[in-house]
Design a protein around this ligand. Structure first.
Ligand code: URA
Length: 228
């Protein structure tokens, strides 16, 4: 709701600045459904839809559910899951970083539509140094077995580390693009998704709702700014 990360919200509660129906609460697990929450006396209005930024840790599947393996949904509060929050796109099991989740199906759908070309920025660590022409080859569009990737931007940070910006999101896309240059990705981390940057205050596994400004920006990226 724009009041900071979960940890910061807990600090607000401990400081006695949060009320439910006018009564100060000290328990961050207090039931809020049907009650009016306020911070410093200012009512917190719940939006029609929930939009969550999660710092995805490695080891979890990006899926609504899975019979055997733990998923990113296991990190979210049950109410969020019950209300139909879903990941927007996918990060591989071993990929970390910014994952957006929302119960706004239209927004989610538009953000991953290939027509929309929302940019995604990843930091990749590689098992071997990049060839000298790596940035040129990314810019030209790397030919893969089943498709040619759109031109991508590559910033070499060190011989075995790079920041890459892609405007599409096909299966294992970034890993496959590096593999075409003879490099294996040993660590992949998403730093941003469209106009959203991963909040540095979120540790792996932590999440927060988007601020009003972030919601405005992400809706704009989805071409929905006029549909509020
Ligand atoms: N590209 C990949 O190869 N993996 C991810 O998790 C995201 C983009």
């Amino acid at each position: 709701m724009g009041y900071g990360s979960r940890r910061e919200a807990q600090a607000l509660i401990r400081a006695g600045r949060v009320t439910l129906d006018g009564a100060v609460i000290r328990d961050s697990g207090a039931e809020t459904e049907g009650r009016q929450a306020a911070v410093d006396g200012k009512p917190v209005s719940l939006p029609g839809h929930t939009c969550i930024m999660l710092h995805k840790p490695a080891g979890l599947l990006t899926a609504a559910r899975d019979r055997e393996a733990p998923t990113v949904m296991d990190l979210l509060p049950p109410l969020c899951v019950k209300n139909g929050c879903m990941p927007v796109g996918r990060l591989d099991k071993d990929t970390t970083g910014l994952l957006l989740l929302t119960d706004d199906g239209v927004l989610g759908h538009r953000l991953i539509s290939p027509k929309r070309h929302v940019d995604k920025v990843y930091r990749a660590e590689l098992d071997t140094p990049l060839p000298p022409d790596a940035a040129d080859r990314f810019r030209e569009g790397i030919r893969l077995k089943d498709f040619t990737a759109l031109p991508a931007e590559l910033e070499v940070l060190s011989p075995g580390e790079a920041r890459v910006t892609v405007w599409e999101g096909k299966y294992h896309q970034v890993k496959r693009m590096f593999a075409a240059l003879g490099c294996r990705v040993v660590r992949l981390h998403r730093e941003s998704f469209g106009p959203l940057r991963l909040d540095p205050h979120l540790a792996e596994g932590e999440y927060r709702t988007l601020t009003e400004e972030e919601i405005r920006l992400i809706r704009q990226a989805a071409g929905m700014e006029d549909k509020l």
